[in-house]
Design a protein around this ligand. Structure first.
Ligand code: NAP
Ligand code: GLV
Length: 310
């Protein structure tokens, strides 16, 4: 018997099981509490499976991350090294991420918080003008999401550029790569968007050293992982004026503890890891396609390289 274990941390899994049944009645999808025989599980589709569980399925043939990122899978040392790991590559998610980043860039550029504050004093502020041509957005990560975001920003007339590990030639988009390219990207950017995977190389990359290369008053958007950001360096950069504001969708501790200073800091626009939520219908289509491929012995999609970390 081949069972697909479906697990999503902190949320009900039933809608996902129902969607599997709707899209692929031939696939037996079950939640964790309905797995009687771990040997029958050949696929795990999960967001943050409890630590240590991957190692308990002796016939596991595919780990399908229920997310674009796979840091939550790689963090489990019980994971059998030979089992392939796939991530979600879904155009729906790229569009949602573009909407979120555009919202944050526009909110900062158009100074929405200023006008919101003016309401308390019935102040009708005159003479404010905006110059989108001065907004230069640097996107860290030029993968599925980073490229979509950079293109969407270009479509609004913002000067976007991107940074990746390997060199890239993308028509009409300025690109940088490698360690030396990072400082160069920061120096030309008035807003920095992080869309990197969390790996040993990228952990803590949003730090004082990088902020020092940004022009005064820049804006930071972190929509990747909380582990990319050195929080003390963020607050120091906000206090010094190097950064004028930051939009944080991801935090090192999630849910964010109630005593965290970000809750009360008006320079920080906080959202609860919703920049690009996984979509029930379109993501299930990705999972079903990969499971069918696996069972037909065909090449899988969205495979990651565990050694590289993404
Ligand atoms: P992806 O397609 O794998 O792209 C990753 C990009 O990062 C690639 O361009 C890669 O460079 C670059 N990169 C990796 N390591 C690097 C390094 N050391 N130096 C420079 N560049 C490096 O990933 P994706 O689908 O765009 O997703 C990116 C991340 O977004 C995910 O891992 C996840 O953490 C986050 N995410 C967040 C949300 C949310 O709701 N907040 C939703 C979805 C995803 P190369 O092109 O040279 O390989
Ligand atoms: C969400 O954070 C994802 O990685 O898809």
């Amino acid at each position: 018997m081949s069972i697909v274990l479906v697990h999503i941390d902190g949320e009900p899994v039933e809608p996902w099981i129902a969607e599997f049944t709707r899209q692929a009645p031939e696939i037996e999808a079950r939640p964790l509490d309905r797995i009687e025989d771990p040997a029958a599980v050949d696929v795990v589709v999960a967001w943050k499976l409890p630590q240590g569980l991957y190692g308990t399925f002796p016939n596991l043939r595919l780990i399908q991350s229920m997310a674009a990122g796979v840091d939550h899978v790689l963090a489990d040392t019980s994971r059998p090294a030979q089992v392939p790991i796939a991530r979600v590559v879904d155009p729906w998610m790229a569009r949602a991420m573009s909407h979120h980043v555009i919202l944050q860039i526009l909110r900062w550029h158009r100074q929405l918080d200023l006008f919101e504050a003016d309401r308390a004093e019935n102040r009708w502020r005159c003479g404010v003008t905006f110059h989108p041509e001065t907004v230069r957005v640097g996107v860290l990560g030029l993968g599925h999401l980073g490229q979509a975001v950079a293109r969407a920003l270009q479509g609004l007339g913002f000067a976007a550029a991107g940074w990746s590990r390997s060199p890239k030639a993308l028509e009409g988009l300025e690109t940088f790569h490698g360690t030396e390219g990072l400082a160069a990207l920061a120096e030309r950017s008035t807003a920095l968007v992080c869309l990197l995977p969390l790996t040993t190389e990228t952990e803590g990359i949003l730090n004082a050293g990088l902020f020092a290369h940004l022009p005064e008053g820049s804006f930071l958007v972190n929509v990747a992982r909380g582990g990319h950001l050195v929080e003390d360096d963020l607050f120091a950069a906000l206090d010094s004026g190097r950064l004028s504001a930051a939009a944080l969708d991801v935090m090192a501790a999630e849910p964010l503890p109630s005593d965290h200073p970000a809750w009360r800091d008006p320079r920080i626009f906080l959202t609860p890891h919703i920049a690009s939520e996984i979509n029930l219908a379109t993501a299930t289509t990705v999972f079903v396609d990969n499971i069918r491929r696996l069972r037909r012995g065909e090449a899988l999609t969205g495979l990651v390289d565990p050694a590289r970390g993404y």
